[in-house]
Design a protein around this ligand. Structure first.
Ligand code: ADP
Length: 407
């Protein structure tokens, strides 16, 4: 097995959710994506596989997938298909990298999956009841179908494990931390790690010598402060609900809002958590208009008040976090924008940076006009270098996976 792994290795990257499975095959040598796909509606009527071989058209196939094992079988079938496949036999897969949402305090880096590792991931399910069990189902289904192929766990929380205690503790009785490890963990760690490293590389600097703020602005959104190569603070907390206003998540609110709604509307805690996770954010702020920033941007330019207030509230919250993280690091050298909105929305980048002149953030609005490519968008000689750095979580997972199996 080792010999096969070292020779031209293909890495299968999996992100397994409760009813969906995203996958990519990446060549570890060239770092090129060979194929990507999505199995959706697993266990629900109307399940289908959406698959794209790099350079070819997207294919959609209706297939019955009553469970995750069947979804993984379908994925392996399409990957080995004579016409559209990218592997001729399973043994070409050197390893499988699994995105695992929560590693608690147990994992500060990626690890080869053993039965002890699975047990620990299971223990961390108390912290991520929606995600970790689904991630584990993916691991176990893969192990059943590919028993000889090494599996690696790459955690969303791992990069943030370097935060000092004053960043991760909440101002609540310390006994909750001692009893339950109730604290800030942070998410999107693979993206914050990849983007901060790549930004330093583009600038010809060592990440260890920089103070970097990464704004990962997608449907889910978070900011992190990366000082001398280590994460020192991040905006998501015990769960991804904390921090920025997001597509449908509220981000920071006064916890008393929960009590207020419970009393006024006779709602249960579960119902209110659902409202805060699924009906809030820019969707809630725009009074149900849309959680999607493309729709909101269009309406913003038409001057529709629901979109204007949603986008302005979103931008202001991001700016507040950037100000806070500049304080935490006693300065900032590089400000990075990434993910769907961060990479593709000049107007939102501009609205955020408008607040930050006092820090030395000055955009070059011509350069800021770009979409989805690596670019420095700050004005020449501005004290803070502002950059767009497209994230690539799958590549980061593939790199970690290849590194671990090569030993
Ligand atoms: P996630 O991975 O959390 O689902 P993404 O990083 O894919 O999120 O980001 C999705 C968001 O990015 C959506 O709200 C989408 O509207 C937004 N987005 C994508 N392209 C653009 C664009 N050209 N302009 C503005 N927003 C965009």
């Amino acid at each position: 097995m080792q010999e096969r792994v070292v020779l031209g290795m293909k890495i299968l990257v999996l992100n397994c959710g409760s009813s969906s499975l995203k996958f990519q095959v990446i060549d570890a040598e060239t770092e090129k994506r060979l194929a990507k796909g999505l199995c959706e509606r697993i266990g629900i009527a109307g399940s289908r596989v959406i698959y794209t071989k790099t350079g070819e058209d997207k294919k959609k196939m209706e297939v019955s997938m009553p469970n995750h094992k069947e979804a993984i079988l379908q994925m392996l079938k399409v990957l080995q298909d004579e016409k559209t496949g990218v592997i001729s036999e399973l043994s070409e897969i050197g390893a499988v990298g699994h995105r695992i949402v929560h590693g608690g305090e147990k994992f500060s880096k990626a690890t080869l999956i053993t039965s002890e590792v699975k047990a620990t991931i299971r223990e961390c399910s108390a912290l991520a009841p929606l995600h970790n069990p689904a991630n584990l189902i993916g691991v176990e289904a893969c192990q059943a179908l590919m028993p000889d192929i090494p599996m690696v766990a790459v955690f969303d929380t791992a990069f943030h494990q370097t935060m000092p205690e004053e960043a991760y503790l909440y101002g609540i009785p310390y006994s909750y931390y001692e009893k339950y490890r109730l604290r800030r963990y942070g998410f999107h760690g693979t993206s914050h790690d990849y983007v901060s490293e790549r930004a330093a590389e583009i600038l010809g600097k060592k990440r260890e010598d920089c103070k970097i703020i990464v704004c990962h602005l997608g449907n889910g959104a978070s900011v992190s402060a990366v000082k001398n190569g280590q994460c020192v603070d991040t905006s998501m907390g015990l769960t991804p609900l904390e921090g920025l206003v997001m597509g449908t998540r509220s981000g920071d609110i006064d916890p008393a809002v929960i009590e207020f709604i419970a009393h006024k509307e006779g709602r249960t805690i579960d119902e209110i958590m659902n409202i805060l996770n699924k009906e809030s954010g820019v969707l809630g702020l725009s009074d149900g208009f849309s959680p999607d920033f493309r729709d909101l941007e269009r309406a913003y330019f038409e001057g529709r008040p629901e979109a204007v207030r949603a986008i302005r509230t979103f931008a202001r919250r991001v700016a507040k976090y950037i100000g806070a993280y500049a304080a935490v690091m006693n300065g900032v050298d590089v400000l990075c924008f990434t993910a769907g909105v961060g990479e593709n929305s000049p107007i939102i980048r501009s609205l955020i940076c408008e607040y930050l002149g006092f820090l030395g953030v000055h955009l070059d609005e011509d350069k800021n006009g770009i979409y989805g490519q690596e670019e420095i968008i700050s004005a020449e000689n501005a004290p803070v270098t502002v950059m767009v750095v497209p994230t690539n979580e799958e590549l980061a997972i593939a790199r970690e996976t290849a590194r671990l199996v090569k030993g």
